[in-house]
Write a protein that binds this ligand. Structure first.
Ligand code: HEC
Length: 91
């Protein structure tokens, strides 16, 4: 493989790879661990409390802890990214 093609591959992985992987991971984590107390209702509620991505990560962390989960910051990021892209759409 030429050096050019190789760097193109790295470049497109950087654009699409991890973000897509995050979404799939986040979706899986929510479906597996986050439906015991509530469904998606609090995310779509017009009166929802979370107003930015930082608060969303904090909330995910608190809810995960409430559920007895010890999530890494990677897992929290993946779930916050998934919830943002799917429900919150923060700018
Ligand atoms: C132990 C019960 C419980 C579990 C399990 C739980 N949650 Fe929650 N969650 C709550 C309660 C209670 C609220 C507040 C409900 C409301 O505002 O309507 C809430 C609210 C939220 C909100 C804030 C919604 C908003 O914008 O106001 C988010 C985001 C959230 N949960 C994410 C998660 C995620 C991600 C998981 C999986 C780790 C999870 N929750 C699991 C109890 C739980």
């Amino acid at each position: 493989m030429s050096r050019y093609k190789y760097s193109l591959l790295i470049f497109s992985w950087g654009l699409f790879g991890p973000a897509q992987a995050d979404l799939t991971t986040g979706q899986h984590l929510v479906a597996t661990h986050c439906t015991g107390c509530h469904d998606a209702q609090p995310y779509t509620n017009p009166n929802r409390r979370v107003q930015d991505i930082k608060a969303l990560k904090e909330q995910v962390k608190m809810c995960a802890r409430a559920n007895g989960l010890k999530w890494t910051s990677d897992a929290i990021d993946a779930v916050a990214t998934y919830l943002d892209q799917t429900y919150y759409h923060f700018p």
